[in-house]
Design a protein around this ligand. Structure first.
Ligand code: DQA
Length: 146
């Protein structure tokens, strides 16, 4: 099983960016955590981060026929991007949404998620652990336990 893990804008600044909300660990620590989680469940992962909406749309389109699922933290595009929603619907791969912070307990504008409408599940407010749960959820589609 091969999963694409997408991180959206400003997540590359983890550790520097609002550490009281997003924590003090940097983006490379997150990437290492995602790789370790994938190894734990015996799945291959491809990691992608971009600050550009169109690049994320392109990457989702490229996943068609190559990947078995998508884990996505669309970051700020969560709350604005019908284009990312449509791309996820177009490729129709099983997808799981992740947010480091608990978006539901923050500003009202963070409480709508367009990409989330095409996702089977959302993990929010669990920090890095949300990515592990998302990978576990998708891995379960192939195996019975993880
Ligand atoms: C985020 C939450 C979004 O509202 C925000 O714009 C982000 C990060 C999170 O992981 O908690 O950039 O997706």
């Amino acid at each position: 099983m091969k999963l694409l893990v997408i991180n959206g804008p400003n997540l590359n600044l983890l550790g520097i960016r609002e550490p009281e909300i997003y924590g003090r660990q940097d983006f490379s620590a997150l990437e290492n955590f995602i790789r370790a989680s994938a190894a734990e469940y015996g799945v291959e992962v491809e990691l992608f981060q971009s600050n550009h909406e169109g690049a994320i749309v392109d990457k989702i389109q490229e996943a068609y026929g190559r990947m078995d699922g998508i884990v996505i933290n669309p970051a700020a595009y969560t709350h604005t991007s019908v284009a990312i929603l449509d791309a996820l619907k177009a490729v129709a791969l099983p997808a799981v949404e992740v947010h480091l912070s608990n978006v539901n307990a923050r500003e009202p504008f963070r409480q709508i998620s367009y990409p989330g409408m095409a996702c089977e599940k959302t993990f929010a407010g669990l920090g890095f652990e949300g990515y592990r749960r998302a990978i576990c959820h998708l891995a379960k589609r192939e195996k019975t336990a993880c």
